[in-house]
Design a binder for this molecule. Structure first.
Ligand code: BV8
Ligand code: ZN
Length: 244
């Protein structure tokens, strides 16, 4: 991916290098090259079920064993993955930029693992689990290998510390995200299908506030028409190229 041939890359790189405050929004696509299946791509299936069917309070209510089997599968998968050049490029961008916020829909923890600091995990994190009754939190790695994990404090059922469909996003994360959207001169949207709300509206909100929008994705998305420039290509190649 050499920069001079691609006018879209050059335009995107100029927009980013001129900005003193940048907010990034990432989705599952930024972790795809690390081997983490995306939600809506082919890999988004588990035992024939879509992630969105399992990532709901109803599914957990009906069949906590199945939902825990799904999350244990994802936790095992995450144990073996590393950040890719896309994650590392975003950590480098943060070091170069005065104002920088990284809002992620991902729950895989790979941005922090790559060195990103100002990370807003709006959909929570798989790295932690919490009690359904008393709110006790513990690292997911400390959960028993099998069976339904119960709270060490009150013995009620533990759940992954992620936001399920139909659940409100954590207020502190939403407040931080709103602030990051309000203050950015540029929003860089990477690897999201732009389907899941409220994150899907963040780019439009940034643009309405006067920010430029740059998108990086393998294919056009509903956010492409909001973007000043949409660079098509894998994040692991495009993001390092954007930093030049
Ligand atoms: C809320 C954590 C309100 C869990 C996730 C109808 C019925 C029910 C609900 C709704 C409804 N209509 C709207 C809603 C609201 C719902 C929603 O938006 N649903 C959608 C599906 C229509 N939203 C919610 O429920 C949210 N809560 O609205 O609450 C409320 C308010 C007050 C009180 C009560 C309630 C909660 C949403 C959070 C759900 N949790 N994850 C877990 O991980 O298990 S969302 C899940 O989807 C992941 O977090 C994921 O990140 C997110 C978005 O998906 P993407 O990241 O975009 O991934 P996807 O696979 O879709 O796309 C990947 C993209 O990458 C593609 O574009 C692909 O081209 C690209 N790509 C692939 N490879 C690469 C690449 N790009 C670059 N390089 C590559 N190599
Ligand atoms: Zn408890």
């Amino acid at each position: 991916m050499s920069e001079p041939q691609r006018p879209d890359l050059r335009q995107a790189a100029t927009i980013l290098s001129d900005a003193s405050s940048i907010t990034v929004l990432t989705g599952a696509g930024v972790s795809a090259e690390s081997g983490v299946p995306t939600f809506r791509g082919a890999g988004g299936l588990w035992r024939g079920r879509r992630a969105a069917e399992l990532a709901t309070p109803g599914a957990f209510e009906r069949d906590p064993e199945e939902v825990w089997a799904f999350y244990r599968w994802r936790l095992e998968l995450l144990a073996g993955v590393e950040p890719n050049p896309g994650h590392r490029a975003l950590a480098e961008l943060e070091r170069r930029c005065d104002g920088f916020w990284l809002i992620t829909q991902n729950v895989d923890g790979l941005h922090r693992k790559a060195g990103s600091v100002n990370v807003i995990e709006i959909h929570g994190t798989l790295a932690e689990s919490r009690c359904t009754a008393c709110g006790f939190r513990q690292p997911s790695a400390e959960l028993p290998e099998a069976g339904l994990p119960t709270c060490p404090r009150c013995a009620e059922l533990m759940r992954p510390a992620v936001v399920w469909f139909g659940e409100a996003l954590p207020e502190h994360a939403m407040a931080a995200a709103r602030e990051a959207i309000r203050r950015c001169e540029v929003m860089l949207v990477v690897g999201t299908s732009g389907v899941v709300e409220p994150a899907a509206s963040f780019a439009l909100r940034a643009r309405t506030g006067g920010a430029r929008v740059v998108e990086v994705n393998l294919e056009p998305t509903p956010l492409s028409r909001v973007a000043d420039v949409s660079v098509l290509g894998p994040a692991g190649e495009v993001l390092p190229a954007l930093l030049g």
